[in-house]
Design a protein around this ligand. Sequence first.
Ligand code: PEP
Ligand code: MG
Length: 607
Amino acid sequence: MSRQRHIKGTPVAPGMAMGPVHVVRAARDRVPTWSIPEQEVMDEVGRLHEAIDRVCEELESRRVVVAEQANEQDANILAVHGMIVRDPSAISEVEKRIREDRLNAEACVQSLIERLVSSMSGMDEENIKGYAADVSEPWRAVLEELMQTEKRDFLAGGEKVVLAASELTPQVATALDRDRVLAVICETGGRFSHGAVLARSFGFPCVVGLPNLLGRLEQGMRVIVRGDQGTVQLQPTEEDVDSFLVERSRLQARAEALSTQAGLASETPDGVRVDLSVNIESVHDFGTFDINHSDGVGLLRTEFLYMERGQFPSEEEQYRLYRRIFENMGDRPVTLRTLDIGGDKQLPYFDMPKELNPALGWRGIRVALQWKDLLRVQLRAALRASAHGRLKLLLPMITTLDEVLEVREMVRELRIQLLEQGYEVAEDVPLGIMIEVPAAVFALPQLIQEVDFLSVGTNDMVQYLLAADRDNPFVGELYDPHQPAVIEALSYIARIAKAEGKPCSVCGEMAGDHMNALLLMGMGFDGLSVAPNFVSEVKYAIRRTEMRTAEELFRAAALERSRDGVRRVLQDASERLMQVTAAESVKGELTPEQSLGEETGQEEGGA
Ligand code: PEP
Ligand code: MG
């Protein structure tokens, strides 16, 4: 069969990897339906039972792990899920359909799911609707199991794989077994979608926007992924493999050279400190990076702690998690962002309304201020944990001053309540806001009076400023932090923060690119928070760029009238930085080939 061997998509997370592909066909993509001849009906019923058995085994092994972590509530839910898929009446309903309608097991399980959901959704009580979601969930696992028999056989080998999916949703990303994944490639998705943010944070090379990708792949097909170029090479030849290996060892050497300097201070040669912190999503992130290389956690996206569970974590559970994070970070600050759900970040156990424009809808602080108990529980847990570290509280998606005042008052009251109840709470817990919504940019002179620090979420701010959905590849070209309007907005924020003497950092993905980092520094931002695997690269650039040079870079970029013009300015500056690197190679610090702008390689999976 003749195939196009190179596919070009959108680069999302750098690095390169080679390995066998593992295609995930999510059950919701499409449920295949086909007729079964009479003589195959028993085989089909057998397939159903095998899938049920495997789901039960999987649920049980997950239950044991969760129970060991003393997460009793989730362990109970998993046990109940096991009972649901073993329910004889549901099983006989599916068997009956297979026998009488002579349809494949997938189609019959899908009918059961639809019946379960519709029989409950007519009821008013919220908790009954939640129950309906729970009853159908384990059956969805059976459906996925039926649709992924191929995948299971393939995965049995325990090989590392390049994961291919139609879309990298945050749900898919959080469920990934990080030790098994070499790279992630997807048909849709944007550069700054939350799934992409996670891939970068986990350190996988990732390419999205690869139309009809799944149609071109076969399970186990070998591919080469170049995350920085946004390309996927199918069935590489021997020659392709050789050049991959050469390139990879060069990049690995460079990564090692950079990491030897990563423990040094984040400081320009003329002595200006730039706070360089990390963005993390989970306690699992600890151990994947060296905390001594950063100045703290600049963004803890707490919603992922909620996504990893089967129901809302209790105050006690959150307290223990946050305390572990604070203790890990020692005296370095941890900026805990309150729950930022909504849009593409859904909790499986929380029924959010279906919205026409989810990005403009019920998300972030808007949810928290409507479901105040959620926020109270989280704030109490965080304040209690503050006795064990340096907590900074950060509020997402702030649009109005009233939102800030309401949360500030809530924090004040909770603090008093906790002290009265005999808990220890840190004396000083700075309160900051994310600047993501254009209204917050314009309201900055008022907002800044009421907060202790600012953190700019460029991933969202860029989408709202340019009215270009961060998840939508059709507007992926337009969505760009180098658009002059974005540069103008960012420099305005930095200027106001400086004038008011308030710390102001950028925690959006753009800060993880070393040239963007210099641009932001030149604008006047005093902090950057980046995915852990970008720390050494950004620090290297900071340590080689005088503040005056960064300011010149910003001034040159601000004069440009187009995105391409801004990119050109950055590219020229990047070449100058490479010359510094080349000069250093004379001293043996880095070779010219190990210059900035290149990325690290991933271990090859498989043989
Ligand atoms: C942002 O919007 O830039 C940000 C850091 O938040 P998130 O990516 O989680 O929306
Ligand atoms: Mg955001």
